[in-house]
Every structure is written in C-alpha cells, then in structure tokens.
Design a protein around this ligand. Sequence first.
Ligand SMILES: [Zn+2]
Ligand SMILES: [Zn+2]
Length: 188
Amino acid sequence: MAQLPEDFCRKVAAARREQGLTQSALAKAAGCAQSAISMFESGHPEKLSMEFVEKIAGILKIPMAEKPRTQIPELPPAFSLQKGYCPNPACLSNIPYIINDELFVWPELILLTDNIKYCVTCGEVLERRCPGCERPVTAEGACCASCGHPRVLATLPPGVSSELWVIGRRDEIRQWRSLLQPRYCQQR
Ligand SMILES: [Zn+2]
Ligand SMILES: [Zn+2]
C-alpha cells in the first residue's frame, strides 16, 4: 500500500464533512466498507488500496495536485544497470502466448543506459518497474517474479479465438524479424 501523508487522511475527513457526507455514504459511493473509511480517516491509509483512495479523492473533488502519489521505492544500487521492457502490447518486440486461454506477453528485457529510454521498435517509453508492485524489473518473464502481475497488459480483440490471434501475431513478428535480418548481417 502506498505511503500517504498523514495530512491527506485529515483532508479526506474534512472534505467529506464539508460536503455533508457520512462515512457510510462515502463508502457506498466508493464501493468500499465504512470501517475502511473510518480507519483511513483516523490515519490508517493502509486500510484502503490506491484504487479506492483515488476514487475517494474523485468523489470529494480533492484537487489532482493534492492527490497522493504512490511512493516509488528507491532503486537499490545493484540495479543501477537497470533493465527495462516495452509496455506496449501492440509492439512487435513483445511475444504473445496463451496459457489456459489467457493471453500473456513475454517482453524482451533491455539493459537501460542514459541513452536508452525508448523502445527501438515502437518508440514507447521503456518501463523499468512492475506495474503491480513497482519493484524494479530484474528477471525475464511475462509476469513479475515478486507479485505475479503481468508486465504487459494485453487484451484480445473481441470475438477472436485466442489461439488464432496468437498464431497470426507471431507470424507478423517472424516476418518483421526476417525483414530486419539482412540489414543486421550487413552491419557486422
Ligand atoms: Zn515497443
Ligand atoms: Zn510486481
């Protein structure tokens, strides 16, 4: 759970009172338990996920600037040579596959330097953290080794068989790589 300034909990309580909302009315609007709001307001932000905190800020119209930011953990020094990946599900550098009818994407890990910030394939800003737990990416894989969150969030187009889609997609990737191959060899 994000570390929020204690101040933010008080702001939520004050804004709710100002707007004449009860804790249970706010809880109902946000879709969480009244006890969670109560704990939150008394300085226990860990009782609510960031999703609900943002919902509540929206309901109470607490300005964006005052919305809390998730505290991003500092990168340990060992990861100064950070790895990154392209988070774009449509990028040809990301290989899709299906397990139990669920779509996963295996991103290519790229060693980041000061000059390498963008995906060379699609131009997307490279992601260096897990979108679920925000831990730095250290190992290969479609999902985070720490929390299991998929690194690239991909969805199938509606009404398409997952197997057929993946086969087609891999074909595109293969063709694209074979187009690059001759140039790649000439350079060597
Ligand atoms: Zn890309
Ligand atoms: Zn994670």
